[in-house]
Ligand binder design. Sequence first.
Ligand code: ZN
Length: 213
Amino acid sequence: MGVAVGTGSLLLSVALAAVWRPGPLKRLFAPPPVDGLNARAGLDGRLLGHFPYGELPASKRVAIAAGFSLHRDAAEAFLELQRDAATSGHELIVLSAYRSHKLQNELFFDVKSDRNQSARERAMVSAPPGFSEHSTGFAIDLGDGLAPATNLSPEFEQTPAFAWLKANAARYHFTLSFPRGNSQGVSYEPWHWRFEGSAEALQIFEPAQRLAR
Ligand SMILES: [Zn+2]
C-alpha cells in the first residue's frame, strides 16, 4: 500500500512538473513591468494588448534615412520596396523606424500627458516601453509624401501609397501589424508595417502571429 501511494505521488509530481510552467504565473503576480503604468502583463506576456520585445543591438542597425535605422535584414528589403514604390510614382516617407526602449518611454509618457490621456487610453494607440515592435528594428511607420496630412492617421488608408503597399508589401515580406479589428486589441494602424522575412523576425513575431490566427 505504502509502495503504491509512493509510486502514485511520484507519478503525480512528475506530471505536475511537466505541466507546471512558472513563467506565466510569475508574470501574473509580478509587480507592474513599466514604471508609472499601473498595469500587469497577462499570462501570454502581453501588457495592455502589446507583446514584450527586446532591443535591437547597435551592431545590427543600418540607417535607412536621415535619423532612422532598421535591422539590417529589414533595411535591405525596405529600401528595395521604397525604390519600387518610387518607380510606380509613390513617395513612401519614413515616419518612424527603430526606437530604443528609452525613446519609447519618452514617447509613451510625453504624448500621454500632452493629450491628457490615461496610460490605458495611450496604450490603445502606442506601445508601452519594452512592448513596442519598433524596438526590434523590424517595424516601420510609413507616410505618403504626396499626402502628408494623412501621416499617422487612419486616413492614410485612402492614399495611393497605401493602396500600393497593400498590393505589394508582402513581396518584400512586410505585413500590417495592426489591421482593423486585430486580435491584440490595438487600434488600427495602416501606417505601421513589420518585416517577417528572416528566421529571426519570424521567431520574434511568432506569438503575435499565433494570436492573429
Ligand atoms: Zn509604428
